[in-house]
Design a protein around this ligand. Sequence first.
Ligand SMILES: Cc1cc2nc3c(=O)[nH]c(=O)nc-3n(C[C@H](O)[C@H](O)[C@H](O)COP(=O)(O)O)c2cc1C
Length: 493
Amino acid sequence: MIVNSLSLCYHNKLILAPMVRVGTLPMRLLALDYGADIVYCEELIDLKMLQCKRVVNEVLSTVDFVAPDDRVVFRTCEREQNRVVFQMGTSDAERALAVARLVENDVAGIDVNMGCPKEYSTKGGMGAALLSDPDKIEKILSTLVKGTHRPVTCKIRILPSLEDTLNLVKRIERTGISAIAVHGRNREERPQHPVSCEVIRAIAETLSIPVIANGGSHDHIQQHLDIEDFRQATAASSVMVARAAMWNPSIFLKDGLRPLEEVMQKYIRYAVQYDNHYTNTKYCLCQMLREQLESPQGRLLHAAQSSQEICEAFGLGAFYEETIRELDARRADLLAKTPEGVEEPAEDTSGIIKMAIRFDRRAYPPQITPKMCLLEWCRREKLPQPVYETVQRPVDRMFCSVVTVAEQKYQSTLWDKSKKLAEQTAAIVCLRSQGLPEGRLGEESPSLNKRKREAPDQDPGGPRVQEPALPGEKCKKPFVTLGTSEDNLLEGC
Ligand SMILES: Cc1cc2nc3c(=O)[nH]c(=O)nc-3n(C[C@H](O)[C@H](O)[C@H](O)COP(=O)(O)O)c2cc1C
């Protein structure tokens, strides 16, 4: 048996609970700042993780686990390396071990979620479904304990009977896990039901491993001192806090809660520094604002469609600009040092029409994108569909797309954060260099308005400002040879 030599101690700890969407890097760092000892990531599903590649992001100084569609599924950094517990959703021991091995060098502990009562989890045999399959629990946990050098834990809910609960936790303890988190409600109970401190206490008195009490937000934990009261009421080693920390992560601060405005500003700073997706940032801020969502600030937040707009809503516009400048400078530095970074994205660039352009979603109505305009135009002109070829450069994982229309290639000289954005940008270069309407606000586009909207683009955290278009290279095979009129074009878009 492999000894978990790099052990995280679970005694007497304040812990940020795993929370889907909430427990991303900015929240975890903020919780650590305020005094949490251990922070759990949101539950991540084994199958999804197994599709991910581990990528060192030198611009952000993070380690990213990136899905094939280039979404960052899990982002972590050195600051939390000894404190972050990776929680997975799994129903299979081999898959669980493969995930543990994928992340173990970047995290402090591995946890299995056995408490989620939601159907999407239980119907795959994960979460609370595991509670009725102790053989599977045993297999998953013992495989993990033997196979990873990080401490393994699990998070459970209680069973309807105390006897069954105690039998289950004793069996779990025998797998060799390092600690167990107990949410003191059964799988049928909702957050408004009272948490069973007595059952957690009975578990803590039965087991030798540390028991982490959970479920106390709202009824028990409203301020920092309540955390210790909850620990005593449950006789647990440690306390794990979810909702109270989601509402205000300064709950971990010994000196008492900090004003929400200050907390949210700190949160936003981390979100920008670590390039958190704006929709996730917005979600977490909405959880903090709660009943103030109708306030002027709440309304600004609600309307925000990018990280920049979120920053502006909280008076952090200058901070945003400065941070983006720093990140751009770091990126440029890295590119200068990396030979492949300065290479052109396409093998043969000689005949490509280029402009320094980025796609700014805000400049377009929700239903319209440049790609749609280009496609529509090609259809009307009986041209083959535009063909997009996208490359990603290794140094910063940015994308550049080349679109071919009527045998002419078009690309932007600026790189984008996602394949989708890069394609939109290439489409703009094509449309703009040919003087075609591109669907921007203010342009007439009757027929496209009726079309179904494309899947939303991954927000880059800001194509900050629309870059001024530079004149394109001389067009070698311009569309105009195909005979178009502005009227026809407008009809098409
Ligand atoms: C927004 C949200 C997301 C959650 N996501 C997870 C999760 O990913 N994994 C998990 O084990 N529990 C999850 N939970 C449950 C919490 O970790 C915790 O067990 C529950 O909220 C009770 O703790 P509390 O009273 O401190 O809120 C989530 C809870 C909330 C409110």
